[in-house]
Design a protein around this ligand. Structure first.
Ligand code: 13P
Ligand code: SF4
Length: 304
């Protein structure tokens, strides 16, 4: 089947099945093009919680599709690529977290949305990169156990010195490899460019950035800025929307290796097959859904 046939079939099946296609901003251009909504983890969670489709085809990674299922258990949620996982989410297990909770019995437990449903079920509240600060500020305890991203956790910790944030040792394999020396070199090469980075970058990288934000916040910042040159410190998928919004602006990707291999597994063909064969359906037990939905819903409540 050629590209046009795939697109036509996807559109037809979408209507027949009352399905929506949601895509994270790190997805391949061809996937973003056919999506009904493209966004960051928070925007997509909000969308999944509130839309009326029967089926959600989630073009992203496993924890995102799982979160959609937790927020909309009555819907069929499909992840087109069963092996699209997030290595950072795998850096904390429910069992390890239960052990850590014994060590810090007084602490509130906050999980980054990049975590499994089982981990979410152990937590008080969830957050994404766009709302971690607001979520942490909303907690009335001083001690906060934050899992699994050490970089997002330490970025927020600097802004709330009144809190004692206990960090986990997880990190994103894509963002964590950006080195401050590399960033400084880019800044030297493009002295008039604004540096925009994701909070999953190391603290020394976030420190020299002009703006730190989620994928959607980075895209919005560049769109609304009067500046016309930007160095982008996040996964290269954002370039699709950045260039679409501002064709006359210049974007320098921090390095060519800024690719999340798991996000890039999804293709037009896999989206097509997801709808054609109803695969791969996310199934979660009602107990996990009940326990994990509490922490996702609390985030949506705090960040309405
Ligand atoms: P966003 O919340 O910015 O979508 O980030 C999710 C993610 O996995 C970034 O690596
Ligand atoms: Fe996970 Fe990093 Fe990929 Fe985001 S970019 S899905 S944190 S591996």
């Amino acid at each position: 089947m050629d590209k046009q046939e795939l697109v036509n079939n996807i559109k037809k099946m979408k209507i027949e099945q009352n399905a929506v296609i949601v895509a994270h901003s790190y997805q391949a251009d061809e996937v973003q093009e056919i999506a009904d909504v493209v966004g960051d983890s928070f925007a997509l969670s909000q969308f999944c919680a509130s839309n009326t489709a029967d089926t959600i085809v989630f073009c992203g990674v496993h924890f995102m599709a799982e979160s959609a299922k937790i927020l909309s258990p009555e819907k069929t949620v499909l992840l087109p690529e069963i092996n699209a996982g997030c290595p950072m989410a795998d850096m904390v297990t429910a069992e390890d977290l239960r052990e850590a909770k014994k060590k810090y019995p007084e602490a509130a437990v906050v999980c980054y949305i990049n975590s499994s449903a089982e981990v979410k079920a152990e937590c008080d509240v969830c957050c994404t990169s766009s709302n971690a600060l607001a979520v942490i500020k909303s907690i009335n305890k001083k001690d906060i156990l934050f899992v699994p991203d050490q970089n997002l956790g330490s970025y927020v910790a600097k802004m709330v010195p009144e809190k004692n944030i206990i960090l986990w040792e997880g990190y994103c394999i894509t963002h964590h490899k950006i080195k401050a020396e590399e960033v400084l070199k880019m800044k030297e090469m493009h002295p008039d460019a604004i540096l925009l980075v994701h909070p999953e970058c190391k603290p020394e990288v976030a420190l020299i950035a002009d703006f730190v934000g989620s994928t959607k916040q980075i895209i919005d910042y560049a769109k609304n800025s009067e500046q016309c040159k930007f160095i982008i410190g996040t996964e290269m998928g954002v370039l699709y929307q950045l260039k679409k919004d501002s064709p006359d602006k210049t974007f320098y990707l921090m390095s060519n290796g800024l690719i999340c291999p798991n996000m890039k597994k999804t293709s037009l063909k896999s989206v097509h097959d997801a709808l054609a064969y109803k695969r791969y359906e996310i199934n979660l037990g009602s107990d996990i859904i009940n326990r994990a939905s509490h922490c996702l819903n609390k985030m949506l409540e705090v960040c309405k």
